[in-house]
Design a protein around this ligand. Structure first.
Ligand code: GMT
Length: 378
């Protein structure tokens, strides 16, 4: 099929999922067109069926805010008509679902019936979408999409509770390409370049927004480090990074923290990892935790949002209440203290991650596209 994908082309989880999905669809022979303001960071032109169209914004001094939705919907109209796209799959409701609705109406006038699929990723519902400034537009665009998906049962529930939803929402979990995390990688892993043999490695990956509670990451690590020789790898960048650095200095663990910035080599970094920390305020799914599990890392996280659907308490790691640093530290120490136990958690994490493989999840999206195509106005 011919599919347009709209997403935020950054390191955020929704952009990662959209990009990996587009690449996987192209690999299966679909023609995929990314319509975004920049080339998505993980986009790799490995398949001939992949195309990228940049949304250009005309800067004009009169505008305090540049009208991005207008440029995006015009670009969608252009690309759908030029390449005869059948599906527009938009990731993140704001403003993509709204822009897609506008594009659909414009295309209707030209006699083109494009089907719009909206995937809700979390913050578009939980943190931003339900704000009075956006709520009616988000609700309208969800109800007027041809199909809607959410990345966890919890997110579906929260969407139903926060908005007047008339549309069926299908839960399709985030996925991972397990082949990127082969056993081989563990053997090749040059762990010694990061830590001494007796040191445990803890990792946190995020965009360092307040919702990630990165200060809790440092506090947990500091508690672990008091009892076990260890290092902390911090991957990513964002507004709270400097606060995290200061916290590490204040707690006297700065020398034991490696700040790695944004990286596209997550598989390599995760192969060093014994324990992944995700103490988020909320997380609709927690793709970063799943990626860690695919690389055989145990997970200590909060129990908020969709995290219990990913991290199984007592099996792949542990879940604690938001802000309960003491409990998360205790759980981290329990996992890390005993090598045999650590290995059990790592193996269980990997086993659980296999349920979220690309091969398992991709067919659900393909079925939605096919079902919509079958009801198209011919
Ligand atoms: O939280 C992030 O790091 C970025 C955010 C986004 O909107 O891109 O991620 C959201 O979507 C991911 C992919 O579906 C989920 O795995 C994350 O849990 C979700 N983030 C939150 O809910 C805070």
């Amino acid at each position: 099929m011919k599919i347009g994908i709209v997403c935020y082309p950054t390191f955020g989880g929704s952009g990662v999922v959209a990009t990996e999905l587009g690449m996987a669809l192209a690999n299966k022979g679909h023609e995929v067109h990314f319509i975004t303001y920049n080339q998505p960071v993980r986009l790799d032109f490995i398949s001939s069926g992949l195309h990228f169209h940049q949304v250009q914004i005309e800067e004009y001094p009169l505008f305090h805010y540049q009208p991005y939705e207008l440029a995006l919907s015009s670009k969608m109209v252009d690309i759908v008509s030029r390449f005869n796209l059948e599906i527009l799959h938009v990731h993140y409701a704001i403003p993509h679902a709204y822009a897609a609705y506008m594009a659909k109406q414009m295309l209707k006038e030209k006699g083109i019936d494009v089907k719009v699929v909206t995937t809700l990723h979390g913050t578009d519902i939980t943190l931003v979408g339900s704000h009075p400034s956006y709520k009616s537009a988000v609700e309208f665009s969800i109800n007027n999409s041809d199909a809607v998906t959410a990345v966890s049962n919890n997110l579906k529930k929260q969407t139903m509770e926060s908005f007047g939803i008339r549309k069926e929402i299908e839960v399709i979990y985030n996925f991972i390409e397990l082949e990127k995390y082969p056993e081989l990688l563990h053997e090749e892993c040059q762990r010694i370049s990061i830590a001494a043999p007796e040191e445990r490695i803890l990792t946190h990956i995020s965009n360092f927004r307040p919702v990630k509670r990165t200060q809790d990451v440092i506090e947990i690590f500091s508690e672990v480090h008091k009892k076990i020789p260890s290092k902390l790898l911090l991957v990513g960048d964002g507004p709270d990074l400097s606060i995290a650095k200061k916290k590490a200095k204040d707690l006297g663990v700065y020398e034991k923290v490696l700040f790695l910035g944004n990286s596209v080599e997550l598989e390599k970094i995760l192969c060093y990892t014994d324990l992944f920390l995700l103490p988020s305020e909320t997380e609709s799914f927690g793709l970063a935790a799943l990626e860690a599990m695919a690389a055989k890392s145990a997970v200590v996280s909060t129990n908020s949002g969709g995290l219990p659907e990913v991290n199984v308490h007592g099996v792949t790691g542990f879940l604690s209440d938001v802000g309960d640093v003491e409990d998360m530290s205790k759980n981290a120490l329990f996992i890390l203290k005993n090598s045999e136990r650590l290995q059990q958690f790592k193996e269980a994490a990997y086993e659980h991650a296999r349920r979220f493989s690309l091969q398992e999840i991709l067919p659900y999206y393909e079925k939605i596209y096919k079902d919509l195509d079958a009801i198209r106005d011919k």
